[in-house]
Write a protein that binds this ligand. Structure first.
Ligand code: A3P
Length: 317
């Protein structure tokens, strides 16, 4: 196995030397790998997933572009699927961060965690575009959450500013905006990322549940019922009577989660290399905060790109 691992590391090194480079948000460079921008660490993780990850057809994968509502969905999917295991008055999420409920594929390292011990269905999360995932994952189910790119950009700029290498000058919002529009952004381009899952959802609608942050904000109960159905554990009449849907929504609300001691201090660890302050995953949790950051001109530019990229896809009406 070490032979295989060494071969993979050689490939990683070769790719770093040969792939097209772009300006990084966290580090100096991003690398364009099969159409998507990854940093050195995420590129390595992608090779590890391709080499060692064995998916099961029963796996359910939460996929998202970063800052689109991943933390919220992790909490919602975990608490919906495991609603018989924990009582809402003494819940796992009261003492553990949402990040800890579902592992990211980007955080794998060698030797690979033994995921075969996880109970079925196993839950995973990923920021990789659909086309960067191994072919074996075609049989998995996916929940994809997307969000207005203007809010994603603002959220991402705040988040990454804190993670940015101290060797680099701070990334101004104008620079971030420019890079984002050019598609040069960890796991991006944003629009191709969304399209990769949207196209897959058109091909196999029963395999991909396509959600929007904004619909979740407006009608969380509708989305929780959809999630329960999709994960093969529909909400029963009895549960409806007992208000289980409301319990899940309240448990996972921004107000509740962001005020729990466990989410206010300390760090979440992702693999061996990345530590993120837990409170960094909770900022405002609102729709439309972009209005406080983007000029009219900037808004028009992003909306124009969205229109052009999504035209004819069925994603915008
Ligand atoms: P803002 O920076 O706009 O506040 P991700 O989880 O994909 O990293 O996305 C983070 C974004 O989701 C942040 O957006 C964060 O505040 C928001 N968020 C986190 N938990 C949330 C929740 N329970 N409900 C609504 N939004 C949430």
């Amino acid at each position: 196995d070490d032979v295989e691992y060494n071969k993979m590391c050689d490939k990683h090194k070769h790719l770093l030397e040969t792939l097209p480079k772009g300006g990084g948000w966290m580090e100096q460079h991003l690398y364009n790998y099969n159409g998507f921008w990854l940093n050195e660490m995420f590129l390595k993780a992608n090779l590890l997933v391709h080499t060692y990850f064995k998916s099961e057809p029963t796996d359910i994968v939460l996929a998202s572009f970063m800052k689109s509502g991943t933390t919220w969905l992790k909490a919602l999917m975990f608490s919906t699927l495991n609603r018989d295991r924990y009582s809402f008055s003494n819940h796992y999420l009261h003492n553990n961060s949402p990040q800890s409920t579902i592992p990211f594929l980007e955080a794998v390292s060698y030797p690979m965690t033994d995921f075969t011990t996880f109970s079925t269905p196993r839950l995973f999360a990923t920021h990789f575009a659909r086309t960067l995932l191994p072919a074996c994952m075609t049989s998995c189910k996916f929940v994809y959450v997307c969000r207005d790119p203007k809010d994603v950009l603002v959220s991402k700029w705040h988040f990454i500013s804190k993670l940015r290498s101290k060797d680099l000058p701070p990334l101004s919002f104008d620079e971030a905006f420019e890079l984002f529009c050019l598609g040069v952004s960890e796991f991006g381009p944003f629009w191709e990322h969304v399209l990769s899952y949207w196209r897959a959802s058109l091909e196999s609608p029963d395999k991909i549940l396509f959600l929007r942050y904004e619909e979740l904000k407006k009608q969380p109960e509708v989305v929780v019922r959809k999630l329960a159905d999709f994960m093969g554990k529909p909400i029963t009449m009895e549960e409806e009577k007992n208000g289980v849907v409301g319990e899940i929504i309240n448990l996972c609300s921004f107000e509740n989660l962001s005020n729990l001691e466990v989410n206010k201090k300390g760090v979440d660890k992702f693999g061996k290399l990345l530590e993120v302050e837990k409170k960094g995953f909770f900022r405002k949790g609102e729709i439309g905060d972009w209005k406080n950051y983007l000029s009219e001109e900037m808004k028009d530019r992003i909306d124009g790109i969205t229109e052009q990229k999504f035209q004819g896809s069925g994603l915008i009406g």
